[in-house]
Ligand binder design. Sequence first.
Ligand code: CU
Length: 733
Amino acid sequence: MKFKGFLALLPSSLTSATRAFVLQASNMKSHLIALLSPFFVALFCLPILTQAAERRYELTIEEVTWNITGKDVDHALAINGSIPAPILKFQLGDDAVIEVTNKTTEPTSVHWHGVLVPWNMDGPMFSNNQPIQPGESFTFRFPIKHTGTYWYHSHTELQEQRGLYGAIVIEDHHERMKIDHDLVVVMSDWTDERPMDVLANLKKDGHYYAFKKKFFPSWVGAIRHGAVWNYIKGQWTRMGAMDLSDVGYDAFLINGKKISSSVANLRKGDRVRLRLINAGASSYFYVNIGNLRPFQVISKDGVDVMPVEVTELLMGMGETYDLVFEVPNDLGFELRATAQDVTGHASLILGDQENAESVPSKMKPNPYMMGMDHSAHTDMPTHPPEHQMPMDDQMPTEAVEEIASMPMTKRLHYSMLRSVNPTAFEENLPQHDIRLELSGDMDRYLWTINGKTFSEDKYIIIREGEVVRFTLVNQTMMHHPMHLHGHFFRVLNEQGDYSPLFHTIDVAPMKTETIELLANEPGIWFFHCHNLYHMKMGMARWVKYENFERPEELVRVEKEQAKQFTKDSDLFFSGKVDLYSNHAELDLRLNGGRYEADLTFEIDEYAADTLEADLAFKYYVDRYFAPLAGVEYRDDDIAGILGATYLAPGEIQMTGYMTTEGQAVIKLSKQFDIVDRLLLEVGGEGRFFTGEPEWEAEAELKYRIRQNLDFGVFYKWDEEKDHRVGLGFSLSF
Ligand SMILES: [Cu+2]
């Protein structure tokens, strides 16, 4: 990246070159200033010599019918009829004028991801701009202050998942190296389901799509992989196995297609610049070329880095990389983006399509061994192994031997990235340390920062002129690509003063990353996980400068309209019916953020006098613990209940309460996943009051016919009626 006169590093309100220079000088190390002074003076003359050109785009957002999997889908969103949206090209120094017209039936917004723009041109609704209502237009205007590969996307609801994303390419007239072909590679994920239905499914169960993806950790699987100890450890710590993605996608795309092609006339020795953008809503991608051919990484998030040669990238959502691939022969090459969970891939064929060298397929990830080496908290960035297997992390010895014959991959690691220019801030600036712990709750599908969702805690306050250092601590078994609007931050890796600048950083499972930025863009800026579903369900904040207030108008519009948009505190409904020959049960759940209401009806042998029902309201203090209050009905009596429920180590659900009749009740339950289609649920209940305690136990062995339908055997024992066994079905909705 080149900054126009380095003005981009300064508050946009400071237009005087002299003042900018003084400010800049005070922020840079003094020896550097001495060296670079003539350079700065020359740069400040540039704006005077070159007239800024206005570059206009008109973007029309429309609902379209799209067919990726052979099925017409009517919820897709396109810009100017295209998915991905058209590439926006600018020259350094241009004035961008982009008119966005909303021809859909719902409000929308557009965010310029990675581009430094004034706070009130950044796009997100309520924090930065008003929603663009159906039938309305809004014109964004901002100066283009730096070069690089960026992208734009909707920041409203789950519209990004429906196709609202496109590339931004900003160039200047000085090429860093001779390039023969300059290609944009927009990677994305696609589901035929409506994204709001996907979210509703995840709210029922965070592991909802594990069955569809055949990525289902189980006892038999653990035994077969020789990983029983790891599996037990995962249950004991309640962390579960490594989780690579939440959504079961129907396709992965490059430039809107499963397979696309480019540059027919590729020749040996040609240099191809590939501008990679991960516009996926919730998919990390491995990127490889041909038979694991080497390529050079020259830029990350639009900012130039010292070229580094690797054969593989793992890209988080929102990250961009520029690669240079020098063509080794006259044949064609496949560029492949493989979803991290290896449920599919997308391909771009470079050159001769008939004779293209393909990328070897990746092994299915092993849910038992992966991530287990991440179980310790580390505060230091780890040094990468020089060479890695096509599938990373720990593997059983047999698996290592099995793939030893395959070509080795050398994957890019952040510690290899070195900025072209020094990025260190002056040491005397005030420093503000902020620790952000990233956590999640897969049972209620909530994602939190420091234990709170966005609805519960919206703001991080920073002060202009200070160096803000964020320590990002990932306490989950998933990757979180954290993206900050309006700033580039230094990633404190092993490169010291040459730490690279990012706008999006992958924080790996159970890992810690430290980033720092100079607070020089007063305003309000989103800082969030770029997993769309995580952001929507709470993993987001507004970084607000102290003493900065949004105009009254935005606050008013937020008060009036924000209610109609999905929030992490919204109510989601789910339920289950069991119909067995000896037993019937109906469970209904209403969950909104930490609040939950559960209503259960149970009947044995279809005898009316065995009908039991209970209604419990719960408040989840954290992932594990919730006080509860409600009523229960049994033996023709209604009683109030007061107690708590707790997910104990070993993933055992423990519930205890007192009734207004003076009974003490304890319930225990646990689910054993035997294989992906065979599940065993066991439970026990004890009631204590005057006289002998009452005990009962039950077990359900279920064979999963499809996602929401099980065939099963129901067993129940109590002192009164002894053992009973029945057959039936269980349906969840
Ligand atoms: Cu996330």
